[in-house]
Design a binder for this molecule. Structure first.
Ligand SMILES: [Ca+2]
Length: 173
């Protein structure tokens, strides 16, 4: 099971929108009307100015030449794609892989996308964006970025760290 490489706030949006950004002409906020984990999720409103509107998560460090999967649970209306963005050590864009078109429903549903990074791919971003010009509202929660060729069950990043720190403690005892 892969470690969730996001921050806790990027993964569950319980505090604010730190670590997340509006992609294109959209508005993002922490919103407590929808949740999958905790009490809140990320609300995104796209303003119908162009395609490619939605949210992104700021870069997280990864190791080169491995497969990574980005996933999230999403509910709303309209059509979007989830993207994983491979970046170099200077946080420059190398390339992205997008999922097939996702038709949002009023029920939280998991989506994911995977990409095998190259020798200079040492940072990763995740995005969920409209695949055409639309004015839509959607909520995202339980985001995960993991070193895996497919999505494994979601886990809060600090919970994974605490569990493994506990293992480490057992070794030392
Ligand atoms: Ca949450």
């Amino acid at each position: 099971m892969g470690q969730n490489l996001l921050t806790d706030n990027q993964a569950s949006v319980e505090t604010d929108t730190t670590g997340l950004f509006a992609n294109g002409s959209s508005t993002i906020s922490r919103d407590a009307t929808v949740n999958k984990h905790g009490v809140a999720s990320l609300k995104t409103i796209t303003d119908n100015a162009a395609g490619g509107e939605g949210w992104g998560s700021l870069s997280r460090d990864v190791s080169a030449s491995l497969a990574y999967t980005a996933s999230a649970w999403v509910t709303g209306s309209g059509t979007v794609v989830i993207q994983i963005n491979e970046r170099n050590s200077g946080d420059g864009d190398i390339g992205s892989t997008s999922s097939a078109q996702i038709t949002l429903t009023g029920t939280l549903t998991r989506c994911s996308v995977s990409r095998t990074f190259g020798a200079t791919g040492v940072k990763a971003r995740t995005r969920i964006i409209t695949d055409s010009q639309q004015g839509i509202t959607f909520h995202s929660d339980n985001m995960q970025l993991e070193q895996s060729a497919s999505a494994t069950p979601w886990r809060l990043p600090s919970r994974w760290s605490a569990r493994n720190a506990g293992r480490d403690l057992v070794v030392h005892f």
